[in-house]
Write a protein that binds this ligand. Structure first.
Ligand SMILES: Cc1ncc(COP(=O)(O)O)c(C=O)c1O
Length: 452
């Protein structure tokens, strides 16, 4: 098995190296059907002999091996080209193989990639500074002050939950409870999973951390009934729920939530891991809100590294005052390589012109998606989301999973979200012609699924 899998791996790698960067666009009139590779192809052989038997079972994946990407296009082992409407789940915000980022990686890798947190390094300080400054300039967290750098969204949330527990304990030993919301997603580690109230994710790993309560978005009474000055230390919420169904939370609700938190001396955590960093057309989803609705902690990841794993937890001085040396730590967090990339991403995305362009592209998407929704009124309830975190809400007559599979066959990679939503989270710099081509593929794919 080992020898066989090694030779398949070598062949697959050679095949991947030979692949040219095709520039052919898939036009709406020439949508080519490209079914997933079968087990006899190089892809099938690679999956069945090299990767699947040696990989821990986590994801259900189609027969598709992605070998490289350029901008908003991806290429696979069979040399097929796909349009990318999911950007690695809201990660590659500046496109695949971004040349500036490649240069930064080359340059920094030749200087210093890692030196641990036992010493300071230059890029980490610069990134922390930049996140705080640009956040304030963007109308986000007005009293942002400090940043903890880590390696993923889950870790950013773990840090936020630990900081909140520590803050609560400075007031009372029992102030440890956390309120989260239905349909939210905050990660898969024991802490982050405990505030992700999805039975499918939680049940196999119960018991989780105690003292977590679940409220209903847009229902302030559901929070008021749970919150307590004596027991609650934090409320965590995504200003736009991503995995749960691409649902923006209203400014009115967030204002009420902030007030309730302040009245009870409870920290408010905004998880902007998916909806932050330009995704909604401003630097942060909460940059749209008045400062009376700002949180105490913002968690950040995904787009921050454009594919390099990095996360961050941004806090106010009030939260910082509860922390001391030794409370939290990480080996890789704030490494110079990730931090240099993060600085470039923050600089690029916080530019007003860049954000105007995100809004313009969002308008193009929304106009196109509305047309699709009007064409299939029996099957599509609504277009939802904000900026370039968008969704088509299907009703029970149309399965979002089937549409995703049909889009893939037609050369477009797009994903689902909870509640039967087709989720669109492209690169923030996606070209306009790719938007038009991808929308045409969604339209054709829906009609094919309905005809099947
Ligand atoms: C809102 C939100 N929070 C947290 C996470 C977890 O982030 P990561 O997968 O980087 O650990 C995700 C991932 O999808 C997310 O969308």
């Amino acid at each position: 098995m080992l020898r066989n899998s090694t030779s398949v791996l070598k062949k697959s790698l050679k095949l991947a190296q030979r692949q040219p960067f095709s520039t052919t666009f898939i036009r709406s009139t020439t949508i080519k059907s490209i079914p997933d590779a079968n087990d006899d192809t190089a892809t099938g052989k690679y999956i069945t002999t090299v990767t699947k038997p040696y990989t821990v079972t986590t994801y259900a994946r189609p027969n598709l091996v992605i070998t490289h990407g350029k901008g908003s296009h991806l290429y696979d082992l069979e040399n097929r080209q796909y349009l990318d409407f999911y950007s690695g789940i809201a990660v590659t915000c500046l496109g695949h193989s971004n040349p500036e980022i490649t240069n930064i990686i080359n340059d920094q890798a030749g200087k210093l990639m890692h030196c641990s947190n036992l010493f300071y390094n230059l890029p980490a300080g610069e990134l922390a500074n930049k996140l705080v400054d640009k956040t304030k300039q963007s109308g986000g967290l007005h009293d942002a002050q400090r940043v903890f750098l880590c390696n993923s969204g889950t870790e950013a949330n773990e840090a936020a939950l630990k900081f909140a527990r520590k803050y609560g304990k400075t007031i009372s030993p029992n102030k440890t409870e956390i309120i989260t919301f239905e349909n939210s997603f905050h990660g898969r580690s024991m802490g982050a999973l405990s505030v992700t109230p999805n039975p499918k994710y939680q049940q196999p790993f119960a018991p989780l951390i105690p003292g977590v309560q679940v409220a209903t978005p847009e229902d302030i009474n559901s929070v008021a009934n749970l919150i307590s000055k004596e027991k609650t230390c934090a409320v965590i919420i995504e200003p736009v729920q991503g995995e749960g169904g691409v649902t923006p939370i209203s400014a009115e609700f967030l204002l009420q939530l902030r007030k309730l938190c302040s009245d009870n001396d409870v920290l408010l955590i905004y998880d902007e891991i998916q909806c932050g960093l330009g995704r909604t057309g401003k630097l942060w989803a909460h940059s749209y809100l008045p400062k009376e609705a700002h949180p105490d902690i913002v968690t950040i990841a995904k787009a921050l590294g454009n594919g390099f794993p990095i996360g961050a937890t941004m806090i106010t001085e009030k939260v910082e005052n509860a922390l001391q040396v030794g409370d939290h730590g990480t080996t890789y967090g704030g490494n110079p390589l990730g931090s240099r990339i993060g600085s470039y991403v923050v600089d690029t995305i916080s530019d007003d012109k860049f954000l105007e362009d995100v809004q313009h592209k969002s308008d193009l998407f929304v106009a196109g998606l509305n047309k699709i929704a009007e064409k299939y009124p029996e099957n599509i309830d609504t277009v939802k989301g904000k900026g370039l975190l968008l969704g088509l809400q299907f009703n029970s007559s149309l399965d979002s999973g089937k549409v995703v599979a049909k889009c893939r066959e037609n050369g477009l990679l797009v994903i689902t979200a909870g509640m039967n939503v087709l989720r669109i989270v492209p690169a923030l710099n996606i070209p306009e012609d790719v938007i038009a081509e991808g929308l045409a593929i969604i339209d054709a794919s829906i009609s094919q699924v309905l005809a099947d």
